[in-house]
Write a protein that binds this ligand. Structure first.
Ligand code: FAD
Ligand code: NAD
Length: 478
C-alpha cells in the first residue's frame, strides 16, 4: 500500500465511490477508505444506499408490489391466480443477493478503474493527512493531494423509543424482518416511513404511522400530498398526524407505544415498531481538532456551493453536507469535486434535484411546489393531466394520479413538475431534463411523445399550461 495519493476519499457510499471512480478515471492516484462490513463480516462498498438504503428497500418494494398486484389486481385484467402467498425469508434472501451483486459490482469498478480500496476507518488530520486504521487495528498516516469526505448519515434516534433488538428497529432493522408482523407501528410519516410502511402493509401488516407534524409531506406540492395521503389511507396505512410519541415499552412480546395528540394521551400495541424520524450527518471520529474543517449549526460539514470545506484541498459531499439526503445528489457532488480537482469546471444544479417516494402510485417532483411559487408572489400558470385520461394507464389498469406542471406566467419557463402516479420516478426525468435546458412549457408541448405511453400525460400537462391539452375539455380556448 502506498502512503501518498493524489486523492483520498473517506466513505464509499454513492457520493464517495463515484468521486473515487471519477478521480481515478481522470488519471489521479486514488484511494477510498470505507469501514462498512456486510452481513458476513467482510468489508463492503456502496455505503447506506447499496447496503441498507435505496437498493434493499426498492427490492422489497418491488417484491411486495408484485405480490399485492397478483393478489388484488390481476383478476381485474382477466388473470386468475390462486394460492398466492408470500415467502418472507425468500424475499429477504433475494434482496440480499441483489445487494451483494451490486456491492460486488463497485468492487469490480474500483479494480477496473484503478481505485485502491482501503477497508477500515479514515480520520482527517491537518494538512491533508489521513489516519487510516485497518480493521485489524493497524494504523498508517497517508498523505493526500486532495481529500474528499463522504461519510454519509445515520438514523436519528429519539429518547422515547430506544432501539430494542427484534422489537424497536430503525430502517436497517425494518429491511430484515423474517415474518410479516401482524401489527406494525412506524414513527415518522416521511419517505422511509411511507416506503417501508407500504412494503409491510402490502404483505398483510396492519400499519399505524405516527407523525409529529400536523401537515403531511410538507416538502411536496400540496395537491400531491393531499391526494397521496388519501390513497395511502385507502391502501390501509393508518397515518395519524399531529402525534407526539412519548414512550415505548416492550412487554409480553409486543411494543406498547404511548403518544400525545392534542391534549390527549393515546396508546397502541404493535408487534414491531420502526423509528423513521430522519437521518443525521455522521461525523463521529472523522476530524482531528486541527484539521481545519468546520461544522455548521446543524452538525453538517460546512461547505460552499462547490463542496469545498474551510480546509484548503478538502471537500465534502453527500449526506454529510447541506441539501437533500439523496443518493443522486451525493453522486453528482462527488463527480463534480473529482472533476474540479482535475481542473474542469462543472457545477451541481441544486434547483434541479428530483425527489421520489417509491410507494404505489409513486410520488416524484422537481423544482418548486405551487405553494412555494405562490409565496414568491410571481404570476404562474398550471397545467394538469390525470392518468385516468391516459390510454396507456387505462390499458395497464393503473390510472390513479396526475401530472402537474407549473410555469412562469410571463416567460412560460417551467418552475416545477409534480407527478403522482405510475412510474412517476421515471417520468420525472423528462421534467429534470426540460428544466436543465431551461425549457418552457411550450417547448415540452411542441415535443412529440410516443403513443401510447404514460409520458403523454407529461405532454398533455405541458399543453395544459396554456390551455391546449387535447384529451381534456379546455376552457381557456387559446
Ligand atoms: P452513505 O451512503 O451513508 O455512505 C457513507 C459510507 O462512509 C458508509 O459506508 C460509512 O460506513 C462510511 N464511513 C463513514 N465514516 C467513515 C470513516 N470515518 N471512515 C471510513 N468509512 C466511513 N436515496 C435516494 O436517492 N433514493 C432512494 O430510494 C433512497 N432510499 C433510501 C432508503 C433507506 C431505507 C435509507 C436509509 C436511505 C435511502 N436513501 C435514498 C438515502 C441514501 O441512501 C443516501 O442519501 C445516500 O446513501 C448517501 O450517500 P453518501 O455517500 O453520502 O453516504
Ligand atoms: P424524513 O425527514 O423524510 O421523515 C421523517 C419524518 O419523521 C418527518 O415527517 C418528521 O416530521 C417525523 N418526525 C420527526 N420526529 C418525530 C417524532 N418524534 N415523532 C413523530 N414523527 C417525527 O426522514 P426519513 O423518512 O427517516 O428518511 C431519512 C432520509 O433518507 C430522508 O432525508 C430521505 O431523503 C432519505 N430517503 C430517501 C428515499 C427516497 O429518495 N425515496 C427513501 C428513503 C430515505
Amino acid at each position: 500500500m502506498s502512503d501518498s495519493y493524489d486523492v483520498i476519499v473517506i466513505g464509499a457510499g454513492p457520493a464517495g465511490y463515484a468521486a473515487a471512480i471519477r478521480a481515478a478515471q481522470l488519471g489521479m492516484s486514488t484511494a477510498c477508505i470505507d469501514k462498512s462490513l456486510g452481513k458476513d463480516g467482510k468489508p463492503v462498498l456502496g455505503g447506506t444506499c447499496l447496503n441498507w438504503g435505496c437498493i434493499p428497500s426498492k427490492a422489497l418494494l418491488d417484491a411486495s408490489h408484485k405480490y399485492h398486484d397478483a393478489k388484488e389486481n390481476f383478476a381485474a385484467v382477466g388473470v386468475q391466480v390462486e394460492g398466492v402467498r408470500i415467502d418472507v425469508p425468500a424475499m429477504i434472501a433475494r434482496k440480499d443477493e441483489v445487494v451483494s451483486g451490486l456491492t460486488g459490482g463497485i468492487t469490480g469498478l474500483f479494480k477496473g478503474n484503478g481505485v485502491t480500496h482501503l477497508a477500515g476507518t479514515g480520520k482527517l488530520l491537518a494538512d491533508r493527512k489521513v489516519e487510516f486504521t485497518a480493521h485489524d487495528g493497524a494504523v498508517q498516516v497517508l498523505q493526500a493531494g486532495h481529500v474528499i469526505l463522504a461519510p454519509g448519515s445515520v438514523p436519528v434516534e429519539i429518547p422515547p423509543t430506544p432501539l430494542t433488538e427484534g422489537y424497536i428497529v430503525d430502517s436497517t432493522g425494518a429491511l430484515e424482518f423474517d415474518a410479516v408482523p401482524p401489527r406494525l407501528g412506524i414513527i415518522g410519516a416521511g419517505v422511509i416511513g411511507l416506503e417501508l410502511g407500504s412494503v409491510w402493509n402490502r404483505l398483510g401488516s396492519e400499519v399505524v404511522v405516527l407523525e409529529a407534524l400536523e401537515e403531511f409531506l410538507p416538502m411536496a406540492d400540496e395537491r400531491v400530498a393531499r391526494d397521496a395521503l388519501k390513497t395511502y389511507k385507502k391502501q390501509g396505512l393508518d397515518v395519524r398526524l399531529g402525534c407526539l410519541v412519548t414512550g415505548a415499552e416492550v412487554a409480553d412480546g409486543a411494543v406498547n407505544v404511548t403518544y400525545k395528540s392534542g391534549d390527549e394521551q393515546h396508546s397502541i400495541t404493535v408487534d414491531k415498531l420502526i423509528v423513521a424520524v430522519g437521518r443525521r450527518p455522521y461525523t463521529q471520529n472523522l476530524l482531528s481538532n486541527d484539521c481545519g474543517v468546520n461544522l455548521d449549526e446543524r452538525g453538517f460539514l460546512f461547505v460552499n456551493d462547490l463542496c469545498a470545506t474551510d480546509a484548503p484541498g478538502v471537500y465534502a459531499v453527500g449526506d454529510v453536507v447541506r441539501g437533500p439526503m439523496l443518493a443522486h445528489k451525493g453522486t453528482e457532488e462527488g463527480v463534480m469535486v473529482a472533476e474540479r480537482i482535475a481542473g474542469f469546471k462543472p457545477l451541481v444544479n441544486y434547483d434541479c434535484i428530483p425527489s421520489v417516494i417509491y410507494t404505489h402510485p409513486e410520488v416524484a417532483w422537481v423544482g418548486k411546489t405551487e405553494q412555494e411559487v405562490k409565496a414568491s408572489g410571481d404570476a404562474y400558470n398550471v397545467g394538469q393531466f390525470p392518468f385516468a385520461a391516459s390510454g396507456r394507464a387505462l390499458a395497464a389498469n393503473d390510472t390513479e394520479g396526475f401530472v402537474k406542471i407549473i410555469a412562469d406566467a410571463q416567460t412560460d419557463r417551467i418552475l416545477g413538475v409534480h407527478v403522482f402516479g405510475p412510474q412517476a420516478s421515471e417520468l420525472v426525468a423528462q421534467a429534470v431534463i426540460s428544466m436543465e435546458f431551461d425549457a418552457s412549457a411550450e417547448d415540452l408541448g411542441l415535443t412529440m411523445f410516443a403513443h401510447p405511453t404514460l409520458s403523454e400525460a407529461m405532454h398533455e400537462a405541458a399543453l395544459g399550461v396554456a390551455g391546449h391539452a387535447i384529451h381534456m375539455v379546455n376552457r381557456k380556448k387559446k
